[in-house]
Design a protein around this ligand. Structure first.
Ligand code: FEO
Length: 396
């Protein structure tokens, strides 16, 4: 058969994961190019599988595995992470690889046993620095609590200088290319940025600490194979990008997001955008019901300023804007300049809620811009000037 083939990653190490071409939603993160679930088999004296796939892709994984080895002979299953896009197929795999020992963190064991009936499973729990010899290769484990679940860990294959990083450094993209340079390194970095912005953004400090720890442990990394997307043969680039994103290193860029009922808030959004652009900063303008929130958060990750606009409806913020504020508050962007704007009919109120959400995020919050019903020419000039002021602040 010439399909569902494994891909050799290193001598005797194969990708045996699955491509999910059609998935578009990953717990409310838009993944418009689908995704992959990457499982890796290591052929050695003690055959080892690192991670599995989503349950409905079990057969696809098994078919790929059969082309390199007999899955019933797996001796260790490394479960780097409990989330079911990686552990979903575990119970079914255990029916095939009956004697396989599951290797995970203590939190991993707890989590797996809440998801599956694990009474008859043998576990080996590991901590950072623990080693497991599987034959000519040695696995070293690295706990990564809250990157992005309490149970998360990575597995390092010493002799290969290969980091099997699970979610970290991943990208939600389905592709037949398995390596960054085949797929396009810049393109892969762009997908990795969207992934970071929508999954790892709240954990920047932990990301930095972990990168420093890896440096201190002296783990040389020649290749990073995450559990989603393509494999990094150029790890320096993605490691450098993670440092930059974890630091919220930002550009002179304003992200304007808004929704509108009768077009007034939209007029303000456009005037603010033009004002900022005319003062020489990059501007990205998004409509909250037409544009992807995942794309918006990707742009916010490295923007210096964010303007959020909403009409007032029933004395409060317009529901799509409220939803977006909840999404943004969860992801906790840091060190931004923020401003609220919007139109209202009689009582107002939306801009206050937006400003409050931005204050909670510790943005430097400017005075909001609010107009009654339709913006006049003078009010549009004020909006333009607000954009220009934001631009000046960014360039200071
Ligand atoms: Fe890819 Fe946290 O699961």
């Amino acid at each position: 058969m010439h399909h569902l083939n494994p891909v050799e990653v290193r001598d005797g190490i194969y990708w045996v994961g699955a491509l999910d071409w059609m998935e578009r939603d990953f717990h409310d993160f838009d993944i418009w190019r689908g995704t992959s679930y990457n499982a890796y088999v290591l052929l050695d004296d003690h055959m080892t599988l690192v991670d599995t796939v989503k349950e409905n892709f079990f057969k696809e994984m098994l078919e790929r595995m059969h082309k390199v080895a007999d899955p019933s002979k797996i001796e260790y299953i490394i479960a780097n992470h409990v989330e079911t896009d990686h552990s979903g197929a575990l119970a079914r795999l255990k029916e095939v690889a009956k004697d396989a020992v599951i290797v995970c963190t203590e939190k991993g064991r707890e989590g797996l046993c809440k998801h599956f009936s694990c009474e008859n499973w043998e576990f080996k729990t590991v901590k950072t620095g623990d080693e497991l010899k599987i034959g000519k290769r040695t696995l070293v484990f690295l706990e990564m609590p809250m990157l992005h679940w309490p149970d998360s860990m990575a597995t390092y294959v010493k002799e290969e200088k290969l980091l099997l990083s699970n979610d970290a450094f991943g990208q939600h993209v389905a592709s037949l290319e398995r390596f960054d340079e085949e797929f396009g390194v810049e393109e892969a970095l762009r997908w990795a940025k969207t992934y970071y912005a929508n999954i790892l953004m709240p954990f920047g400090e932990l990301v930095k600490r972990k990168l420093n720890e890896v440096e201190k442990l002296g783990l040389e990394i020649e290749m990073i194979a995450p559990s989603h997307g393509v494999i990094w043969r150029n790890p320096a680039k993605i490691l450098e990008a993670y440092r930059k994103w974890a630091d919220f290193e930002a550009e002179n860029k304003l992200v304007v997001v808004y929704d509108t009922m009768w077009g007034s808030t939209e007029k303000l959004a456009r005037a603010i955008s033009e004002g900022a652009s005319s003062s020489g900063v990059e501007v990205r303008l998004f409509h909250l019901r037409n544009d992807s929130w995942s794309e918006i958060m990707t742009e916010i990750l490295d923007a210096k300023a964010v303007a959020v606009g909403s009409p007032t409806t029933h004395n409060t913020v317009f529901p799509p804007v409220a939803g977006f504020l909840a999404y943004m508050r969860g992801l906790k962007p840091k060190r931004k300049i923020g401003v609220a704007f919007g139109s209202y009919g009689w009582s107002g109120g939306a801009v206050k809620e937006i400003s409050r959400a931005m204050e909670e995020l510790k943005f430097e919050v400017l005075e909001p811009l609010q107009v009654k019903f339709r913006p006049t020419a003078e009010e549009l000039t004020r909006a333009f000037d607000l954009g220009a002021r934001l631009a000046e602040k960014m360039q200071r």
